[in-house]
Design a protein. Structure first.
Length: 142
């Protein structure tokens, strides 16, 4: 094998390794939502802020261990007073602290409204139940 070919292979290997390192540094897994990535209580929201989903999409929140969901309202506008409180129909995934509502026949919401939908949640730190916090986000239904 010639020296020139060895140098080309070495350069490609270095470029490949550099690409993996750059992808790891730049793609840190954050969805770019500062209100979530900077909030120790929220691990994830479902669906993501601004996502485009179908009318039967599950809606929910994944909370960090010391937190508990107290209320969830789904609204066809950015105003929680126009929404429906679905807290009574939220399912908690045991051990995961994941709280989800799935629209369906016979439920408070049978299908999400077309276009914009917003979710308003209230949650508390278990050790401080008198100090609730809130988060809201909106997404589009196709």
């Amino acid at each position: 094998m010639s020296i020139r070919l060895r140098l080309i292979i070495a350069a490609l290997l270095v470029a490949g390794i550099g690409g993996f390192v750059a992808a790891g540094v730049l793609g840190n897994g954050s969805d770019g939502d500062v209100s979530i990535s900077g909030n120790a209580a929220i691990d994830a929201i479902i669906p993501a802020r601004g996502a485009e989903v179908l009318h039967q999409q599950t809606v929910g929140v994944d909370l960090a261990a010391p937190y508990r969901l107290t209320r969830i309202v789904i609204s066809p506008t950015a105003n929680p007073s126009t929404g429906i409180d679905v807290t009574a129909e939220v399912e908690e995934r045991a051990g995961l602290n994941l709280f989800e509502f799935s629209p369906g026949e016979g439920k408070l919401i049978e299908a999400l409204s077309p276009d914009t939908n917003c979710v308003f949640i209230t949650y508390v730190e278990i050790a401080r139940p008198a100090d609730p916090a809130e988060l809201d986000w909106c997404f589009e239904v196709a």
